[in-house]
Write a new protein. Structure first.
Length: 212
């Protein structure tokens, strides 16, 4: 049994997965007044140091295998976050996931979303080092398959967040951000013997619009 299927089986697939009818929306992230933006022409120092599994190449942030990195230049109390994600190579797609870290205070206290190439997605919270699933969804908004690029947008408010995928609102949910603001990061997972390759592009972290 794969990593993902074992997690789903334990929690009960019928409770975790639901097909969502969603409404279209336009991405509102703006470079004009961005808190932080990165086209990944090089690895900015706010990401930390590059290594064999975390580096910039060809205008993308490349991540391999299991990894988690945050960018301290993205710290904010509320924000609109946009990021394009591609699963470039996945030798073991059922055990391969990639996503975004948000509301990060430290590696014992943060939230993150993961998605798989079959279109399923989970949001998890880590509190004092203990991880739990907030919800799972399977949405038609996610472009499936290896090589597909998906644009994710997170609207991070004081007491809740909204996830949009490729301009479609997928889920709004309650949450508890760090009191002094959180930071954004990237996360990915795949088997050590079948390490996947992921690419991140076009990161923008900007203030929420007045309508949000």
């Amino acid at each position: 049994m794969t990593f993902r299927s074992s997690v789903v089986a334990c929690a009960g697939a019928a409770l975790l997965f639901g097909w969502l009818l969603a409404t279209p929306a336009l991405a509102e992230c703006s470079k004009d007044n961005a808190i932080f933006e990165d086209d990944f022409d090089f690895l900015d120092g706010t990401w930390g140091d590059a290594d064999d599994n975390f580096y910039v190449e060809g205008g993308s942030l490349v991540v391999k295998g299991w990894t988690g990195h945050v960018n301290f230049g993205t710290k904010s109390e509320t924000a609109d976050v946009c990021l394009d994600i591609t699963v470039a190579d996945a030798p073991a797609p059922d055990s391969t996931a990639v996503g975004i870290v948000f509301w990060w205070a430290d590696w014992d206290n943060y939230y993150y979303l993961y998605y798989w190439v079959d279109g399923s997605m989970v949001v998890r919270r880590v509190v004092k080092g203990k991880e739990s699933d907030l919800f799972w969804v399977s949405t038609l908004a996610i472009k499936k398959g290896v090589g597909a690029t998906n644009q994710f947008e997170l609207k991070l408010r004081p007491k809740d967040a909204t996830i949009l995928v490729n301009g479609t609102e997928v889920k709004r949910f309650k949450g508890t951000p760090p009191k002094d603001g959180g930071v954004i990061g990237v996360t990915a997972g795949s088997p050590d013997d079948k390490a996947a390759t992921f690419k991140y592009d076009n990161l923008i972290v900007s203030p929420l619009s007045d309508s949000d």
